[in-house]
Structure formats: C-alpha cells, structure tokens
Design a protein around this ligand. Structure first.
Ligand SMILES: Nc1ncnc2c1ncn2[C@@H]1O[C@H](COP(=O)(O)OP(=O)(O)OP(=O)(O)O)[C@@H](O)[C@H]1O
Length: 364
C-alpha cells in the first residue's frame, strides 16, 4: 500500500503565472513521522506549492515529489497521499455518505471504510444530508474524511482549521499528532502560526514565494532569547555590578528597572546579593513567536506596507532579538539546512490506527 517512506521533497520549485512569480526556488523536505507547518501570509505561494505537489499545477521549474516520485507517477495516488485543499467542491445534491461511496469505489476501498471515516470526523449524524447544505466546518470534515479513505501514508492539508469550531480544532490537532506518530507524514499550511504551533515539529515559513525560515520549531523558539527585568533598590549600582560580573547585555529601563539578557534569574540574584543591592522583583520575558513570524514574513509587503503597520524591520524591534538560526535572507539559501532526523521526543506508536481514536467531537 505504502510504496516508500512517505517523504515529501520540494526542490528548487518555481511557478510563474504570467508576470506573477507565485513560488520562487522553494526547497524543503518533510520526513515521515513528523508534522510540518507550511506558513506564510495570504498570497505567499502556499496553495500553489501544495497544488504542484499534488499534480494539479505544473511547475515552471524544479520538482515536488512524494516517495521520490511526482504525483502522476504514484500509481494509485489516493493510497499514498490524502489532501484537503481550499474551496473543495462537493456535488451539492449528493449526501456525505454518497460522496464518500463514489470516491471509495473510484479508489478501490470497501464501503465499510466510508462509515468509519464519517464516524472519525464526527459526521455520522449528517451522513445522509446533502453536502450543499453543509457549513464550512462540515465541508472541511467531509474533505478530511475523503482524504483519509485510502488510508494514505501522507496527508497534505491546506488551511484545514478554516471554519472549524474549537472542539474541531482541538480534535484535528490531536489527530494529526497521532497520525504522524504512526510514522506517517503531515504537511499542513496556515497563515497563522498560533493555529498550528501546538501541532507541528518543523516549520517552513514563506513569503512572496520564497523561504524565510526552514527548520525545527524548537530552534525557532530557542532563538527567541529571554530577558529578565529586575526591580532593584539601586538601578545604577546593579548595572555596574552586573557589568563587572561580565554581563554585557544590561540596560536600565525607563521605569527604573534593569533589563538583563544572557543570564538566569538566579545568576542575577547572586550578583545583586554580593553587591549588597536589594532586589524587589524579577520578571522573565520571552519574545512572542507570532511577532517573529510577522517579522520574517513582512518583507512580502515591503517597507511601510500597511498589512502589519506596527511591524518594524526585524533587527530594529526589541534590540535583544537576533535572527533565528534558520533565517533566510531573501534570495539566499537557508542558513541552517533542514535536520532530517526526527525531533527530540519523537516517539513512534506502531499499530495505532487513525480509526481507533475517539471521533471528532465524539459523534460516533
Ligand atoms: N491560477 C493563477 N493565476 C494567476 N495567479 C495566480 C494563480 N494562482 C495563484 N496566483 C497568484 O500566486 C500568488 C500565490 O498565491 P497562492 O494562492 O499560492 O498563495 P497562498 O499562500 O496560498 O495564499 P492564501 O493564504 O491567501 O491562500 C498570489 O499572488 C496569487 O494571486
């Protein structure tokens, strides 16, 4: 059934629509057993990339493969890759069950799988309703059920949370994690990092058709250095003591506190105590990952663009930030190539099937 590893490889992929360069020299890989977030603002080229991977758009240059083959060479592709794309069309007069039965027959899976998938995505109560009357969230669930019919090795999802209620989003998160933990591959696009942050292991961030960051999400997180805000009895005295102790990222703030980077709360406390300076409070601050995402993708809109009016150029904002290790300058290759080993903590759970977990919203 699964004729290979389930590895997705995108290599120097480019797509030109007339004067518009939708995707420009994009390269990344997605390993089995992981969930990769494909992130970027509207118009960044995500859908075009996924459509090229699925054989729906012909690349101008480069290649996108699954198991080392382009989509049209996959044999029975529904058994290898399941996809949920934006604006999926269902026959409006066909019931959910009939839609799935037609699809099941086309790909050669038994009807029994139809009801299993309806249960899994929480659509059993609506199985005999016409898809034309479905809400956006219900259509997303039906699209996912369709994608899973062939028990694929790889799942490709374009903005799957659109229209889902909070319960549906939570279910989808845990479903995708467990799908990947079975050694399968998930590539999921979104324009919101916060939407997929809890689900993904690696991230490919694109804007204007180019990669801006590519690597493990943990690495992106770790690049967001924290700082400690200290409330001392004597701010100038503490600055001097910290500098004398070898800390050079120390600056007084306007409200009388001292901002320190590159030291732990304990180290700062010890230095203050040694210098005889009372400390009334310390607060650890982490830079916001979503803010970093905006900074990485804002070049799409150029300087002074109105899409993110509060954004400043990356390095100017909050002087204690530095570009993350995988940051890619426009037109340059990524600094940090993708790590092909599973992330720390990755645990495969063989034998667990998607159909074995609780259905979406518990509606079996
Ligand atoms: N068939 C097409 N003909 C002409 N231009 C296109 C076509 N498809 C996409 N584009 C353009 O390519 C660029 C990338 O579009 P794409 O839909 O891939 O972005 P996206 O990241 O998926 O955006 P969104 O988050 O809004 O769905 C956009 O400028 C878009 O207008």
């Amino acid at each position: 059934m699964h004729d290979g590893s389930g590895r997705i490889a995108v290599q120097n992929l480019t797509k030109q629509f007339g004067a518009v360069t939708a995707v420009q020299n994009l390269s990344f890989t997605v390993e089995p057993g992981s969930v990769t977030g494909f992130l970027g603002p509207n118009g960044a080229g995500k859908t075009t990339t996924l459509r090229m991977l699925l054989g729906l758009v012909t690349p101008t240059a480069g290649a996108a493969t699954i198991n080392g083959r382009p989509h049209h060479q996959l044999g029975n592709p529904a058994r290898v890759v399941g996809a949920v794309l934006e604006n999926e069309g269902f026959h409006p007069k066909r019931t959910a069950r009939n839609h799935l039965r037609v699809y099941a027959a086309a790909i050669g899976v038994p009807d029994q799988r139809v009801d299993e998938m309806l249960g899994l995505v929480g659509l059993s109560p609506a199985a005999d309703r016409k898809a034309g009357g479905f809400s956006l969230g219900m259509r997303q669930r039906l699209a996912l059920a369709t994608a899973l019919l062939g028990d694929p090795q790889v799942l490709v999802l374009d903005e799957p949370s659109n229209g889902l209620d909070p319960e549906g989003i939570a279910w989808l998160r845990s479903f995708l994690r467990s799908f990947a933990q079975q050694g399968r591959t998930v590539l999921v696009s979104s324009h919101l990092l916060s939407e997929v942050e809890q689900t993904i292991d690696q991230v490919v961030i694109v804007s204007a058709g180019m990669t801006r960051y590519y690597g493990p999400l943990d690495q992106l997180r770790a690049s967001q250095r924290s700082r400690v805000l200290v409330q001392p009895a004597d701010a100038n005295g503490l600055v001097t003591a910290l500098q004398e102790a070898g800390l050079n990222q120390v600056e007084p703030t306007q409200d009388g506190r001292v901002a320190v980077s590159g030291a732990t709360v304990q180290q700062i406390g010890d230095i203050a105590a040694k210098a005889g300076i009372a400390v009334y409070g310390m607060q650890e601050e982490k830079a916001d990952l979503e803010q970093l995402f905006f900074q990485l993708t804002s070049p799409q809109y150029g300087a002074g663009a109105t899409a993110y009016p509060q954004q400043q150029p990356y390095q100017q904002q909050q002087g204690w930030n530095a570009p993350p290790p995988g940051y890619q300058q426009p037109g340059q290759p990524p600094q940090q190539p993708y790590q092909q080993t599973p992330p720390p903590g990755f645990q495969q759970q063989p034998g667990q099937q998607p159909g074995q977990q609780q259905g979406w919203g518990g509606q079996q």
